[in-house]
Every structure is written in C-alpha cells, then in structure tokens.
Design a protein around this ligand. Structure first.
Ligand code: NDP
Length: 455
C-alpha cells in the first residue's frame, strides 16, 4: 500500500481578496498544526512558551464574524423564492418537501421517543432539504454566481474557529440559564448539585424555543453536520488552487464522508431514537461539541491533505474505498435492523428470517411497568454494538486515505474508538439497570460488546 506525499506547498496565490501574506501565514499555521509533536516538545524542553504558539495563531476577523453570522443565520433563515421578500425559516418554518417526491425518505413532522417524564416531542424533519439547498447554492456559486471563492472556508479557518467557539459557549451558557429559569419541560430537567457537571452535561433534556426550534436537533445537524461536507469541498478547492489538482485521497475523503453525512440526513427521523436525543441532556458536551468539535476535528483529514497532497496507489485507494463502503454497509444495516425491529415490534424479517427476541420489561420513573424487546438476530446477534464496529471501519478508512506520513489524520479513528467504547460501556450500564435480569439474558445470548472473541 504505497502512498506518495508531496509536502511542498507552492507559493500562495491571491484569490478572493485574500492577500499573499495572509494566505502564507495561514499556511504556516497549518504546517505548525500538522507538526503537532514539534510545539509540544518545544514547550516540554523549554524552547518555546504557550504564548509563542498563541502569538502565531490568527485572530478573529470582521470578515470571519460576518461569514459565520451569515452561515448560522442562513441555516436558521433563508429567503424563499415564491414568497417575495418575506423571510421564512430554513430550519423552523420551511416545511419539508423532500418526503413528497423522494420514495422511502421519511421527513416532515415526526415524533421523538418518550422522555423520562413521559413527554413525546414533535420534530420538523427537514435536514435533507436544508443540506440539499445549501449544497445547491454552494455549487451554483462555484460554477455560475462567483459570489465568493470556494476556498473561503479554508482561507478563514482559524478566525472562523473563534466564531464557532463564541457560538458554542454562548449556546451552552444560554441552555444552562434556560434550564434554571425557564425550562421547556421542568419535569425532564436534571440537577446534580454540581454546577460544572450541570454546565458540561446539561440540565434540560430537550430545550426548545417556541414550538419547533429544538436545540439538540438544530445544533447537531445544522450548522455542524451540514458544514462538514462544505468544509471538505473547500479543502478540495484549496488543494486544487495550491497544487493544480485534486488528489485521489482528497476525493476519497470527500466521497466517504459525504456518504456518512447524507446518510445522517436521509435517516434524520431515525436519529430521533439515538442516544443523543433519547438519553443525553443538552449542555456544553452537545452545544460546544456540535459547534466546534465536530466541524473542526471531523474534518482533519481534508485539512491535512491540503498541506500534504497524498496521491494513493490504485490498490491502496481501492482498499480504502472498500473498507469505507463495507464499514458504511455494516453501520447502516445494523442501525436499520434495530430500527425496523423496534418500529414493527418484532414483526419483520432480519436476514430473511423471523428475528430471535428477548422479551424484557422495566419500570419508569412514575412507577409504571413497560414491556420492550431486544433483538438477538442479524448484527445484534453478532455483537451487542456491531453498529459501532461499522462506524469505526468507516472512520479508519478516512484516516488510511491520508497515507502513513503523519499521526494527525489518525486523530479521528483514535477519538472515535475512545468515544464509541465509552459510549458502549455507558449504554450497557444504563441498559443493565433498566432491564436487570432481562439484560443479563441478552448478554448471555450475545456475549461480546463490539468484536466477537475479543471485546
Ligand atoms: P444505538 O443505536 O446502539 O442505541 C443503543 C440503544 O438501543 C440502547 O440504549 C437500547 O435502548 C437499544 N438496544 C440495545 N441493544 C438492543 C437490541 N439488541 N435490540 C433492540 N434495542 C437495543 O446507540 P447510539 O445512539 O449511540 O448510536 C447510533 C449510531 O450513531 C451508531 O451507529 C453510532 O456508531 C453512531 N454515532 C456516531 C457518532 C459520531 O460522532 N460519528 C457519535 C455517536 C453515535 P432502549 O432503552 O430503547 O432499549
């Protein structure tokens, strides 16, 4: 598996009003960011101070602040052709039309899971539509309108990071204050007595403004995940600007991550039943994580490839593509199997057969007894969280696309391995206390968590 890397960046060209100096200084910052170990060693050995690194970091700019404000505002509101100058809300008031013409897509008004206090929220599922409109505009701009350069995100990368942080902290702080003083559903609030824990992990379960603006659904999907694919496109444009071509590694990262993002929006209704929505409260972990962590760390591969334009050999590229597609297949099918099983109450076929089931029961906070079912067939009979394995295979594929020249692009798989292992243990702990003996029967029937024979 050979990979060629061409680490020399040609002299920066002027584009979109971006001066040579600024582009060059961002290039240096990017290089410094890629040489992760250098600054750390310098600090440890006393050759540099934190303030030296701080001095090299580009500050927030008026342009970045305007861009970011425009971006977030656009995700909330956009002018709607057909209603003249009237503004309609892309997230809150632009009703979904995709489900009317896309067969198999579930959009429009959907119900979430029952909260611990027994509330069932309604959601306006229109993420696919927002993603499509945003990308349509992006391509229209790149090929017809030329309002801005497609490298605009890259060119303002660090100044935009400050803006994302401001929003991340503002929304987490607002959620905290809201939880104390005007919660959407007081019975679903969780106060631990520890101020910092409350701030980090959140008080409110499903904070909302008005009937439709749901913090969890909005901040996780938009602006974070919609931005993911745009950021990658901007990195590809920058690679072409700097090196006169887009490498196959950059194409792979763009394509594989786009599949993951489109899958998310295609299955946004399914997302309402995942741990993020069903169990986590909304605090800094989700608020800041969605605004900053996700767009900045999930896109490290593309950023790395701008500076190190890896061109993979054909067998390497095919290997990465296959790993990514097989990982995606396992991820999607495993999640679909559980979703189908739960929606049909077990009256479905899994891998062509009637599924094996463990009947289980639990008592909710109000003392009521409920019945549920655990699936023991399909991927849920292979391991108790095989959906995470598919996700991890896909994540590894993105990293392998960057070759073996640096550890930085592998941050994602390391992070995902920690995140999903921790999530798996956290979820199993919760399920064990929820289902008791019934969960023990499931762990006896399916003894491994992630990898049969290993863990
Ligand atoms: P899961 O979709 O695995 O949901 C876990 C829940 O499913 C459990 O709490 C339990 O809920 C139910 N359950 C567990 N076992 C069974 C079974 N055998 N049969 C039926 N129901 C069962 O977890 P997540 O929400 O964490 O993950 C969803 C997807 O999102 C995963 O594929 C994951 O990889 C991905 N993900 C990606 C992230 C990213 O940053 N890229 C972050 C987090 C997740 P109940 O109480 O209803 O029984």
């Amino acid at each position: 598996m050979a990979a060629k890397s061409q680490p020399n960046i040609p002299k920066a060209k002027s584009l979109d009003g971006v001066t040579n100096d600024r582009t060059a200084s961002q290039g240096q910052w990017g290089r410094a960011c890629c040489a992760l170990t250098g600054p750390v060693v310098d600090i440890v050995t006393g050759h540099a101070r934190l303030s030296d690194i701080w001095a090299k970091t580009p500050p927030i700019t008026r342009k970045a602040a305007q861009l970011y404000t425009l971006w977030v505002t656009f995700q909330v509101s956009s002018p709607c052709p057909g209603v003249g100058t009237q503004q309609v809300l892309l997230y809150t008031s632009l009703p979904d039309f995709c489900h009317k013409f896309l067969p198999g897509y579930v959009g429009g008004i959907q119900e979430g899971a029952v909260t611990p206090a027994g509330v069932v929220n309604k959601y306006q599922i229109n993420g696919l539509q927002a993603w499509l409109l945003t990308h349509l505009l992006w391509f229209a701009n790149a090929h017809l309108l030329s309002w801005f350069s497609p490298t605009i995100i890259f060119d303002n990368w660090i100044p935009l990071l400050w803006c994302a942080n401001i929003l991340g902290y503002a929304v987490s702080t607002f959620a905290m204050v809201k939880g104390y003083f005007f919660p959407t559903s007081a019975r679903d609030c969780k106060f631990t007595g520890n101020f910092f824990y409350n701030y980090m992990m959140g008080i409110e379960f499903n904070p909302r403004i008005g009937k439709w603006f749901d913090f969890k659904l909005f901040f996780n999907g938009r602006p974070g995940i919609v931005a993911w694919t745009l950021i990658n496109l901007s990195f590809a444009a920058k690679q072409r600007e700097l090196h006169s071509h887009v490498t196959n590694a950059m194409v792979l990262v763009n394509v594989l991550q786009a599949i993951y993002v489109i899958d998310f929006f295609w299955n946004e209704t399914w997302y309402l039943k995942t741990i993020d929505i069903c169990h986590d409260h909304f605090g800094w972990y989700l608020g800041w994580g969605d605004c900053v962590w996700l767009p900045y760390l999930y896109t490290l591969q593309g950023l790395y490839l701008v500076y190190h334009p890896v061109q993979l050999s054909t067998p390497h590229a095919v290997g990465v593509l296959l790993l990514g597609l097989v990982g995606y297949y396992i991820f999607r099918v495993a999640n679909h199997q559980k979703d189908l099983f739960r929606r049909t109450d077990g009256r479905c076929l899994i891998w062509g057969r009637k599924p094996k089931v463990i009947e289980c029961s639990y008592t909710s906070a109000d003392g009521q007894r409920h019945h549920s079912k655990l699936l023991v067939s399909g991927f849920w009979g292979v391991a108790r969280h095989f959906n995470y394995v598919g996700d991890l295979m896909g994540s590894l594929a993105y990293c392998l696309a960057c070759g073996g020249g640096h550890l930085l692009p592998y941050f994602y798989i390391i992070y995902m391995a920690i995140l999903l292992t921790h999530r798996c243990l956290r979820d199993e702990h919760r399920c064990a206390s929820k289902y008791g003996r019934d969960w023990e029967r499931y762990t006896a029937a399916v003894p491994y968590r992630l990898l049969p024979g290993i863990f």
